[in-house]
Design a protein. Structure first.
Length: 214
């Protein structure tokens, strides 16, 4: 009976996590813009300090982070723009919703709720704070990619960046969009709930793993 219970621990955990993720994400959706503001402010500070050669000013709005850049674009060549006289130029402004990559928070909360639930409030608060730099990184790389690579070669040339710097922006964007928002909450959960992970999931799986014939 003990072996059966241990063997069922992993699928039971994933079922609980899937159900919790649906419920937590539904609740998070109503407060997503508010809880994303700390990450937006961190991204703003980094944008204006690290990328000052590209970013003239950053603005945190109610639900967006906007970067005003030093780059100038020909409005007549912008897709979707209203017809304007040829040669009309404007400063490039890019923006993104602050909560765009905030779904890592409900993912972390779902894992914590489905785990041991020991010190749940403390771990949830600590995890939420630790997620802020990761969310800020994803948001910032999205905006920098829009500004440096998304407005055409004429704008890209104005950055004055070398090819290796532009490739770093591309890699950073892929990392921030594809990996950081999903991997970071999982790693944080493994750290915050490591006793549950080791005692229930790992030991249960090892105890029920098939033994190869020697």
């Amino acid at each position: 009976m003990q072996a059966d219970a241990n063997g069922a621990a992993l699928p039971r955990f994933f079922l609980k996590a899937a159900g919790a993720l649906v419920l937590v994400t539904g609740a998070w959706w109503f407060v997503a813009d508010v809880v994303a503001l700390p990450a937006a402010w961190v991204a703003k500070v980094v944008a204006q300090s690290v990328f000052s050669d590209l970013v003239r000013h950053a603005n945190v709005g109610k639900d967006t982070l906007e970067l005003e850049t030093h780059m100038r674009v020909d409005m007549a060549q912008m897709r979707g723009a209203q017809p304007v006289p040829r040669g009309t130029v404007a400063e490039l402004v890019v923006d993104a919703r602050a909560a765009k990559y905030g779904y890592s928070l409900p993912l972390l909360l779902a894992l914590l709720i489905s785990g041991s639930r020991k010190k749940l409030a403390r771990n949830a608060a600590l995890g939420a704070v630790c997620l802020i730099p990761a969310q800020a990184f994803s948001l910032l790389m999205d905006l920098i990619k829009q500004a440096a690579l998304g407005a055409g070669p004429g704008v890209t040339a104005q950055t004055g960046w070398g090819q290796w710097q532009l490739e770093l922006v591309g890699y950073g964007y892929q990392l921030g969009v594809l990996l950081v928002p999903t991997l970071t909450p999982v790693l944080l959960w493994l750290w915050l709930d490591r006793q549950f992970f080791a005692a229930v999931l790992v030991e249960g799986w090892l105890r029920n793993a098939p033994v190869q014939d020697r």
